[in-house]
Design a protein. Structure first.
Length: 283
């Protein structure tokens, strides 16, 4: 009977490469593997997929590296070093910092969430993956820093009860990369403290409220109303995140604007900064 699982040595032999080369494939997220009792194990099916992926694409073109899938495999395995290896490899291959956040880390986390919801992954795996994702952005975050004058101050946070703070941390760095000074007050922020933080922020241009859980939409509505009452009318109030469907929904919640992604939000803020009114948004 053919074994469904191989040691890394066996996998290296079947691939015709040195053990260390096979290990590097694992570390780069190219070859999925799990550590069991101190040794790496590779599923035979994953080895076959790796082999066919390594073959030249039909028509002679180069295959696009599936970085997000590789990162996901390292996050699910709890392999922080390997996850960083994937990020480094993607950067070396020419990926920009915003692409690492939006096209690697975000889809990897979204897929992990889908797999958790389908009962395929334990919640402990999801928590561990989130911890590693935070460590990745902890290393990458300083690279977004821009020299010189900032374009203005943006406050980001989530209403009380909303524990999804990773989307805010990602959004914060992406806006910093566009030259904004960002204050990230994280998730699950009591309403009074959120409003006070905004009021104490000099030169505040915009507040972004992030809502991922549907159950926190009411808290977001109360927060936006309190921010509207407590802040100067020139401060732009935006809402976003998985639980907010579109611009109309954002208006119902009491915000001035909405953006589906961090890229769109950065674009909106830039247009406001330049004095132009973003399409479909109030001045
Ligand atoms: C990690 C995670 C957690 C962690 C969060 C840890 C942390 N500190 O962040 C923990 C374990 C705490 C958690 C808890 C729960 N989670 Co959870 N979680 C996730 C997971 C896997 C990843 C979240 C993430 O970081 N995504 C990556 C970010 C980048 O994606 P994003 O949300 O699209 O963000 C972008 C845009 O939305 C936008 N954006 C975000 N905010 C804002 C704000 C503004 C102003 C603007 C303009 C734009 C903007 O910019 C971002 C970058 O482009 C998701 C899966 C998923 N699909 O996201 C589930 C997920 C969000 N969780 C879910 C659920 C159900 C829960 C729990 C209810 C589970 C439970 N029974 O306890 C609790 C709820 C806790 C609470 N009250 O908040 C569901 C949500 C379903 C729903 N919409 O209601 C998801 C979708 C999983 C699933 N597929 O079912 N979770």
């Amino acid at each position: 009977m053919i074994a469904a699982t191989l040691t890394l040595n066996e996998a290296a032999e079947l691939l015709g490469v040195h053990y260390m080369t096979a290990y590097r494939y694992v570390r780069l997220g190219l070859l999925p593997a799990n550590k069991v009792g101190g040794t790496w194990q590779v599923a035979r099916a994953d080895l076959e997929t790796f082999r066919s992926d390594a073959a030249p694409a039909a028509g002679g073109g180069r295959r696009r590296a599936p970085w997000a899938t590789r990162l996901e495999s390292r996050l699910v395995a709890g392999d922080a070093r390997g996850a960083w290896g994937v990020v480094e490899a993607a950067l070396a291959a020419g990926a920009e910092l915003d692409e690492i956040y939006l096209d690697l880390i975000s889809p990897a986390m979204q897929s992990i969430g889908t797999r958790w919801a389908a009962g395929e992954l334990e919640v402990s795996i999801e928590h561990r993956a989130t911890g590693i994702a935070f460590r990745l952005i902890g290393r990458l975050g300083p690279r977004f820093a821009r020299r010189g004058r900032t374009r203005g101050v943006v406050l980001l946070g989530s209403p009380e009860g909303e524990r999804h703070s990773l989307p805010i941390a990602l959004l914060a760095d992406l806006l910093r990369g566009e030259g904004w000074e960002v204050s990230d007050i994280g998730g699950d922020m009591p309403l009074d403290s959120f409003v006070k933080a905004a009021q104490q922020m000099p030169d505040l241009v915009a507040v972004g409220v992030s809502v991922t859980s549907m159950s926190c939409l009411d808290a977001a509505t109360s927060l936006l109303a309190a921010l509207r009452d407590g802040l100067d009318a020139t401060v732009y109030l935006a809402v976003g995140g998985l639980a907010v469907h579109d611009f109309d929904h954002a208006r119902v919640l009491g915000a001035d604007g909405w953006a589906r992604s961090a890229r769109d939000f950065a674009e909106q803020l830039s247009q406001r900064g330049s004095g132009a009114t973003p399409a479909g948004l109030p001045a």
